[in-house]
Every structure is written in structure tokens, then in C-alpha cells.
Design a protein around this ligand. Structure first.
Ligand SMILES: [Ca+2]
Length: 321
């Protein structure tokens, strides 16, 4: 009897202790679970908002490395990437589309192995340190007239490139368009022009070395019928620029002079001179005159029906970022 009574008492004590432990939460497993829930709660505060249905993340799981998703950016690069395109409003419903040309290095000029290299094209390394916007086409007659109020071109057509303009005329266009748009509109330096023309290529033309392909990219002696053609009809180069080869020569900002001996950064030509440089060949040019490296020189006040221009805008100018 005593044994039965003791057993019943023992059972009652065992059940009571069990209930007490459950109430106080003294299980090792529950401890771990409680810690885990607390950690998850803390993690969810700092973590980005997640869909409610997303599975809970274990506390021990390392956070994903943010650097894997973020684009790699040089320390010196601007915090915000400039827009890839810029459209200038020239008034009267006329606009000018420009695209971003990013900084980089290239070999300016022709390699000595090119048998038709001109002496003034000695090859050297050039760094373009600043981004800029460049017109995707030569300045058209409609664009020129919208800014200057006249059209001096010999080969009339609103979307044909303006020609029979001098280097001085092109500079006046840049000044007026700068005033109109409050952007720093200017002619490209020779280095900027060739860098953009090559678009990463190292060959005679932006598309390769073989002249037979020139007709896909350019209006020149073999296919122009001795007239200019509306801009943007041929294939663009790899950076989206049209008619860099052919149609009309394009005025650059520089005075003509010998290239720097050795590497150069943002070269802009001599401080003074008697002739300006234009680039890219024209409707009457042989293929060799349409090469990326070829330099044509002329007086800044001479007007020619084979010479026009395209413009650039500095990215650092107000309103261009
Ligand atoms: Ca051209």
C-alpha cells in the first residue's frame, strides 16, 4: 500500500516538475530556437524589405556581398554616370541628337606599316580623359539654318550636311548654339574626332582595312555621284556615329601642327598657326582620304563645298549630367 502511495506521489511530483519546466522554458532546444527568432527579428530590421512569402533567412547565413552586384567604378569616376544621349533644341522644331563618348586611350595616327600613311600622321598614344557628347551626324542644313538663319550649301537638302562653310563659320555656329542652349557647344579636337571615329578600332577605317567595305559606311568618290547625301543613311560605326568617313570633311578645333612626341593626354594642337584641320574625307575623296587618321589642312576662312562639321558638348557643362 505504501509502495503504491509512494509511486502515486512520485508520479505527481514528476508531472509537477515537468509542468514547471515547461512554464519556465528550461529546455535546451527551446533556448536555441528563441535565440534564432530574436536574431531573425534583428536581421529583418536592417535588411531591405522582402516579400512576405520569402522564406526566413537563417541567422548564421552571411549577407550577400554587395560588391558583386554593384558596377565596378574607378575611384576618380563621377558618382553619377552621365546620360547616354543628349538632344539639343535648336528651335523651330529642329533638334540635334548627341551620344556620350566615354574616356579612354587609343593609338592616334597611322602605323608605319601602312604604305599610304601621310608623314603628318605619326602614330602615338593618346588619352581622352573626359567624356563628351558628339553629334551622331554632321550638322545638317536644317540645323545650320535654325541657328544661323541662312544656308550657304551648294548641294541643297534639309537633311544633307551643311557645306561651303569655313572654320570661322563653324565656330560662330558653336557660339550661337551655346548661347541658345546654355551648353558648351564646340568643335571636337582632332584627338576627340579620331578617337570617336575609330570607336575602338585600330584599322585604317573604323570597320577594317579593306577599302571594298567603304561603300557601306561612306559617301565618297566611288558612290556619291559628286553630291552630298542626307546624313545617317549609311552604317554607323561601333559607337553609333554616322558619316565619320565621307560625305563632307569635318572641321576640328585644332591649329595644324606636328603631333606630340610620345604619349599625350587631351592634346589640342599648337597654340597658334595658319591652317586648321578637317577630317574624314568627302564626296569627292579617294578611299585613302577617308581613313580615320587622315589630316586635311586649310585656311580657317576658306569655304568649300566638300567641308562641313559636327559638334561636341563637354559633359562637365551645366545641365549635361
Ligand atoms: Ca563626314
Amino acid at each position: 500500500m505504501t509502495t503504491r502511495t509512494d509511486a502515486v506521489r512520485g508520479l505527481i511530483v514528476w508531472v509537477a516538475l515537468g509542468l514547471l519546466c515547461a512554464t519556465l522554458g528550461c529546455s535546451g532546444k527551446e533556448d536555441a530556437a528563441a535565440t534564432k527568432i530574436a536574431a531573425q527579428g534583428s536581421d529583418s530590421v536592417a535588411a531591405p524589405a522582402k516579400p512576405e512569402s520569402a522564406p526566413a533567412k537563417p541567422a548564421a547565413e552571411p549577407a550577400p556581398a554587395k560588391s558583386e552586384a554593384a558596377p565596378v567604378r574607378p575611384a576618380s569616376a563621377p558618382a553619377t554616370e552621365p546620360a547616354k544621349e543628349l538632344t539639343l533644341d535648336l528651335g523651330g522644331g529642329v533638334t540635334m541628337k548627341m551620344i556620350l563618348i566615354r574616356p579612354g586611350k587609343f593609338m592616334m595616327g597611322s602605323p608605319v606599316t601602312e604604305i599610304d600613311r601621310f608623314d603628318n600622321e605619326v602614330q602615338h598614344e593618346v588619352t581622352i580623359s573626359k567624356p563628351f557628347y558628339m553629334g551622331v551626324t554632321e550638322v545638317t542644313q536644317a540645323q545650320y539654318e535654325a541657328v544661323m538663319g541662312k544656308n550657304p550649301s551648294q548641294f541643297k537638302g534639309a537633311t544633307n550636311p551643311v557645306e561651303t562653310v569655313s572654320w570661322n563659320d563653324a565656330m560662330e555656329f558653336c557660339k550661337k548654339l551655346s548661347d541658345k542652349t546654355r551648353q558648351a557647344v564646340r568643335l571636337p579636337t582632332e584627338a576627340e574626332w579620331e578617337y570617336a571615329c575609330r570607336a575602338g578600332s585600330k584599322t585604317k577605317f573604323s570597320f577594317g582595312d579593306v577599302e571594298e567595305g567603304l561603300g557601306d559606311y561612306a559617301w565618297y568618290r566611288a558612290n556619291s555621284d559628286n553630291t552630298t547625301h542626307p546624313v545617317g543613311q549609311k552604317k554607323p560605326n561601333a559607337w553609333g556615329l554616322y558619316d565619320m568617313h565621307g560625305n563632307v570633311f569635318e572641321c576640328c578645333a585644332d591649329w595644324y601642327g606636328d603631333y606630340a612626341k610620345g604619349a599625350a593626354t587631351d592634346p589640342s594642337g599648337p597654340a597658334s598657326g595658319t591652317a586648321r584641320v578637317s577630317r574624314g574625307g568627302a564626296l569627292v575623296s579617294r578611299p585613302g582620304y577617308c581613313c580615320s587618321a587622315l589630316r586635311r589642312i586649310g585656311s580657317p576662312d576658306i569655304r568649300s563645298d566638300r567641308c562641313g562639321f559636327r559638334v561636341v558638348v563637354s559633359v562637365s557643362a551645366p545641365g549635361t549630367k
